[in-house]
Design a protein around this ligand. Structure first.
Ligand code: ZN
Ligand code: ZN
Length: 285
């Protein structure tokens, strides 16, 4: 892991000592995300030529199942040993790794119903299980983003990630030209938008878009909320974009904004922005 990622984790640990168990899991994810073995599983190109479809939509993946299973087991083990009672319930969820295709596909496609069902069957806390399962495809997704970042169409104008179809984790308003970029909390991807727009419903009318500035933190961290769909995006003014591996940390470090948005009656939509519908090919090696 790079120095800035390590430093970011340590900063968060100091500010939020109660997060230590969760930060242990995040650290494991960030370490694996830097592992280039995942590059080998990135498909040659996106599965569809439809202009509104993310690059991963409709692809057939030939993953090395044993690699994915070992990673899922390692992740779940780290989680249940991390020391909170909810996470301890994940000890039984280690079995989910035996049906790794189902787990990987459900996590990749953000199928929260399927993940919830799996958690209930295994006797694990559904919330903790979903939070940890969401990390299973992250190293693969980062590899896709590294490989495909240059293939993202400049004309991409959707609210969801052009690589993996997730809704943005936050927006960055960069540099003196104040260009706006959405960032993806799963693959670390980024896409530029050319005006103030609600990613969820496409609203661009400034009268319908409100900026909520939290009490502390000044005006460089704001909540952009949409009065039509009641969705919100955190927005950070910054000199340059964060490295892909730091998006997860930036998102975590700004949870106070999520809390403030919820208190004002705004929320982020559940589930994916675009349903990926991937196929996992047989590749038992
Ligand atoms: Zn993404
Ligand atoms: Zn909206």
């Amino acid at each position: 892991m790079t120095h800035s990622i390590d430093a970011g984790l340590q900063d968060l640990g100091r500010q939020r000592p109660e997060w230590e168990p969760w930060l242990t899991v995040v650290q494991e994810v960030l370490r694996e995300t830097a592992n280039d073995r995942w590059e080998a599983f990135v498909p040659a190109r996106g599965g569809t030529s439809e202009s509104k479809a993310p690059l991963l939509a409709g692809v057939t993946l030939a993953l090395e199942i044993s690699t994915v299973r070992r990673w899922a087991e390692q992740l779940i083990r780290t989680a249940y040993r991390s020391g909170t009672p909810k996470m301890a319930t994940l000890k039984s969820a280690i079995q989910a790794a035996s049906d790794i295709r189902t787990l990987f596909k459900a996590s990749l496609c953000q199928d929260s119903e399927r993940l919830k069902e799996t958690a209930v069957i295994l006797g694990a806390d559904p919330e903790a299980f979903q939070a940890v399962a969401a990390f299973v495809p992250v190293p693969f997704l980062h590899a896709c983003n590294r490989r495909w970042a240059r293939s993202i169409a400049e004309s991409w104008g959707e609210g969801y990630c052009p690589v993996c179809g997730a809704w943005p984790a936050f927006a960055e308003v960069r540099g003196i030209e104040r260009s706006r970029h959405f960032r993806c909390g799963r693959c670390g991807g980024q896409w530029q938008v050319h005006c103030l727009v609600c990613p969820y419903c496409g609203m661009t009318d400034h009268k319908e878009l409100v900026s909520l500035v939290p009490e502390k933190g000044g005006s460089t961290r704001v909540i952009e909320a949409c009065k039509r769909c009641l969705g919100y995006v955190k927005s950070f003014t910054t000199l340059q974009g964060s490295p892909a591996a730091k998006v997860i940390l930036d998102d975590l470090a700004s949870v106070d904004l999520d809390v403030a948005a919820l208190e004002q009656g705004y929320r982020r939509p559940q589930g994916p922005g675009y349903s990926l519908d991937v196929t996992l090919a047989d590749n038992p090696a």
